[in-house]
Unconditional design. Structure first.
Length: 458
């Protein structure tokens, strides 16, 4: 380990030992060692007012570490301007993975303690706040596995699914996890649009060497919305070489797309073939319970109570997109702030999201009638039989599927659904819902049946 880093780690250790955790978090964790020049240590602080704290409380720590590591009386200076973004990118790209012993002395570097900031990775998207459900558990597991073993079995990892289902979130979560474990990992996150623009810009400036250097010397390339590369022949060509260079060196690639690789028309076959070399994982829309769990997770930051009814109501309004759920919470926040509300009832929620619902074609209101009719058509059972009392197996199955879909696709309460099914009790609806849900987990055929029916309903 380089001596500067040994010194800095000793400083952090001594600070931790001597300060209260809260003081350490606030005054020390954002600090960085810029460099040590002769006997002058330069420290970056993210705010000038923290300097006083350092002068008063960190003096003995700095002295101790200086004598221990350099056997010298070091003087401390402070700096408050962060390094420019460009400079930082260059440094990141030059940093060898898991090995910071080769950093050039002439090149001042921040020896970061966590959290480490990265120019293109969003710190707010982590595994911790990614709510797991049946719809995304495999994608999440694969993403976690990749973060723990870059360039291993799942290379590339290809995640696909509809808009607003958490693909970008997972990509960033991988980046954040890898950075946390290895602050010096060379990572790049780009949307395909950015990749195209970057490529064209470097081409225009006749600077392809730098482009290659940036994209081929990585430990992890996270590339979002790969479907956007369609019809961009020259960019695809370049991406092909980037892919090969990374893959041959066992460097990890993670891609996302709005569709299955098999449906990536207008993308070169040789690329698509490569996308399927590793692991392909789909994210589907979250079911009702997962939508509730996501809402619960996201509404924690707001200073008012959401009743359970409200959460169930919201989960019933937006089926196919987590972004819409978040949007709904923002609408509610606006209204709640204006009216200084302390509790969010169904009425308030309904009022807040009214305009969002009207502008969202995906959320056309589905009626229980329509569900009963389409389920009946599919299984060859009449609506009367669905509502009736007969206990013949295929009728019971159709009835339970219809109840399940009524809970999934409408915002009706359980008692209301029960009423629409010949005046049944709400516990019967709950039982049907759970039963179908359990069956779905084991029965692919049923999943296909439900998808077919859903498509008829919408
Ligand atoms: P995509 O890239 O698939 O279009 P995003 O990753 O941008 O979707 O997700 C849209 C929003 O929904 C983001 O704010 C993201 O944090 C949130 N989101 C999606 N899925 C989840 C989840 N399972 N848990 C928590 N938040 C989620
Ligand atoms: Mg996205």
């Amino acid at each position: 380990m380089e001596q500067e880093q040994v010194f800095w780690e000793r400083v952090l250790q001594l600070a931790k030992d001597n300060l209260k955790q809260s003081a350490f978090d606030f005054f020390v964790s954002g600090a960085r060692l810029v460099n040590i020049n002769g006997s002058i240590v330069t420290i970056f602080l993210d705010s000038p007012f923290k300097k006083l704290f350092w002068e008063e409380n960190m003096k003995s720590v700095m002295l101790t570490a200086g004598f221990e590591i350099y056997n010298e009386h070091l003087k401390t200076e402070y700096q408050f301007d962060p390094v420019s973004k460009e400079e930082k990118i260059v440094q990141d790209n030059n940093k060898p993975f898991q090995n910071n012993s080769q950093q050039a002395d002439s090149n001042p570097t921040y020896l970061a303690n966590t959290p480490f900031t990265h120019p293109d990775i969003k710190p707010q998207y982590t595994f911790d706040n990614f709510v797991q459900g049946d719809n995304n558990q495999w994608a999440k597991a694969a993403a976690l596995a990749v973060s723990d073993n870059l360039g291993g079995l799942y290379n590339p990892l290809f995640i696909f699914g509809g808009p607003g289902l958490g693909k970008t979130h997972l990509l960033n979560a991988i980046g954040n996890k890898v950075l946390l474990d290895n602050p010096h990992a060379r990572i790049k996150y780009v949307s395909s649009e950015t990749f195209i623009n970057d490529f064209l810009e470097h081409l225009r400036l006749n600077d392809m060497d730098n482009f290659k250097k940036t994209y081929r010397n990585l430990d992890l390339l996270l590339i979002d919305d790969i479907q956007s590369l369609r019809n961009k022949a020259s960019t695809q060509e370049e991406f092909f070489h980037t892919f090969n260079a990374l893959h041959e060196n066992s460097k990890q690639i993670v891609l996302t797309s709005d569709r299955n690789p098999d449906y990536l028309d207008n993308l070169e076959e040789r690329l698509v073939t490569r996308f399927k070399w590793g692991l392909t994982s789909e994210i589907t829309p979250p079911d009702f319970e997962t939508r509730i769990a996501i809402l619960r997770n996201k509404c924690e930051i707001y200073p008012y109570e959401f009743t359970d009814d409200t959460l169930a109501y919201l989960a019933g309004q937006f089926h196919s997109n987590v972004r819409d759920l978040e949007g709904a919470l923002k609408d509610i926040h606006l209204l709640a702030t204006m009216r200084k509300l302390t509790e969010i009832t169904v009425d308030v929620a309904a009022e807040a999201i009214r305009s969002r619902k009207q502008t969202n074609p995906q959320n056309t209101v589905v009626s229980i009638d329509k569900i009963q009719t389409e389920v009946g058509n599919f299984y060859g059972v009449s609506v009367k039989e669905i509502k009736g009392a007969k206990r013949v197996q295929h009728i019971v199955h159709a009835r339970q599927v219809a109840m399940y879909l009524a809970r999934e696709l409408t915002d009706n309460s359980l008692p209301k659904i029960g009423k629409e099914f010949g005046g049944r009790d709400h516990t019967t609806v709950m039982h049907a819902y759970n039963k179908i849900k359990t069956m779905l987990a084991e029965d692919d055929q049923l999943e296909i049946e439900l998808t077919t029916i859903r498509n008829k309903i919408r």
